[in-house]
Design a protein around this ligand. Sequence first.
Ligand SMILES: C[S@@+](CC[C@H](N)C(=O)[O-])C[C@H]1O[C@@H](n2cnc3c(N)ncnc32)[C@H](O)[C@@H]1O
Length: 326
Amino acid sequence: MNGSALLLDRDTQDDRTDFRDAVLAGLSARPRAIPAKFLYDARGSALFDAICDLPEYYPTRTETGILRACAGEVATLSGPGCALVEFGSGSSVKSRLLLEAMDRLVAYVPIDISRQHLDQTAARLRRDYPGLNVEPVCADYMALERLPDEVSAARRRIGFFPGSTIGNLTPGEATAFLKRVRRLLGTRGALVLGVDLRKDPRRLHDAYNDAAGVTAEFTLNLLRRMNRELDANFDLSGFAHEAFYNPVEGRIEIYVRSLRTQAVTVAGRTFTLAEGERIHTEYSYKYDEAGIRALAASADFRIGRFWSDAERLFAVVYLEAPDDRP
Ligand SMILES: C[S@@+](CC[C@H](N)C(=O)[O-])C[C@H]1O[C@@H](n2cnc3c(N)ncnc32)[C@H](O)[C@@H]1O
């Protein structure tokens, strides 16, 4: 397909309805919370790219280094004639390492919820890899039921889920997601998964509280998005980004904090936020090796390979279905 992203029965209006319903439900709930996937409109996706370049944000450069070292092995394990299916593809930068290493790819399927960014990324990939069949899918990967027909010609489907995006999911959601991925990838499927590892809490704290304030801008962009798409009236000077490591849960928690008592209107509904009250926007769970093994097993995957960096900051794992190995 050469046009914009495959819609899979959805369009921009559906995106907006989902956003409004989730925001109204999330602001009415206690504690207040809006799902992290809504952080990614076009500006949110661009801000995420800027986060990846920050000196404090070690995950992107560490994972890229691991992938650069293991891409050849991923290609050998997977064999020729595969389809590469990426969940939460963003700008598909790391994917290029696999696209260039894998032999005779039948298709590359980037799946992302950020529609405009996905279209731009697919256009760039088609320009840079004229021989590659790029089949973008704009969808929520937590609810995706099928892949484009083009992948059926592949010998195997290899999933790719980098960026430690798995950390945005609670453990229960992560298991449900991996089970869905196993189903979508089918017989002989495998998944290349990037996972951020537990480490010195100071290092974690700094990664989500950068000196330049880009992560804060990324979080507060959710309010801008509500102002623009849901006719809301958030005054951004009245809110702050808050991120900290919760050692008991093993996760970074991110919130928008109200700096004063204030009323806001969103899609015709008014909400009063007390001074100091928070809206939860994101988790980033950190795993150790045993946790990764347990997570893989919970979805009936086994770890075929485990790669890490010298400092053990980040891991890339090759997950296989036990009875589906080539
Ligand atoms: C942490 S970024 C990672 C981007 C890229 N894979 C990387 O490693 O740099 C997460 C990506 O997943 C997408 N995303 C988040 N939640 C999603 C969902 N539920 N369904 C589909 N895409 C989602 C976002 O739009 C964003 O591009």
